[in-house]
Design a protein. Structure first.
Length: 162
């Protein structure tokens, strides 16, 4: 199973001490070079920075189709999103983990199967890896400045019965 991740899912899960959910759910996570740079570049205090450098279930891969990366950059996506989408297409990934609205829209338009941080939490709850999605979302909101609309918050809690 090929799973590609953009930066935000990694940083947010790391911020609340739940990064291991990615390994439990997907075994291995591929990230493009640009995501690796976003996580490990200038500020090594970014949540997830040390983990992507040390955990063997994170793997960095190079994007080949620079034309698609440039096309996506022209659509106002950041370089990490562009490379994550491109890598997911190149490797025919089963799933792309991405949160940003524009990136999700482009990935969907290009035929990719996507989920975001909230989808990861729902799946983790359904598989019994966590007891409460509500506690984790509240922790994300309070400690990681994660934003979620009230109606989406309620919808997610209804899905998992929290």
């Amino acid at each position: 199973m090929i799973i590609i991740s953009d930066t935000s899912v990694i940083t947010n899960l790391a911020a609340i001490g739940q990064l291991d959910l990615l390994q439990k759910l997907y075994n291995k996570i591929l990230i493009p070079q640009a995501v690796y740079q976003e996580l490990t570049g200038i500020d090594i205090t970014i949540p997830g920075s040390l983990e992507v450098q040390s955990l063997n279930w994170f793997e960095v891969d190079q994007v080949k189709n620079q034309g698609l990366v440039k096309t996506l950059l022209d659509k106002q996506l950041d370089i990490g999103e562009c490379e994550a989408i491109t890598l997911a297409i190149e490797l025919n990934a089963e799933l792309l983990l991405i949160d940003e609205r524009r990136g999700r829209a482009e990935a969907t338009r290009l035929g990719l199967r996507i989920t975001g941080l909230l989808g990861v939490l729902v799946e983790a709850k359904q598989k019994g890896f966590i007891l409460s999605v509500k506690l984790l979302i509240d922790n994300l909101i309070n400690s990681a400045q994660f934003r979620v609309a009230d109606d989406l918050y309620q919808k997610i809690l209804n899905i998992v019965g929290d």
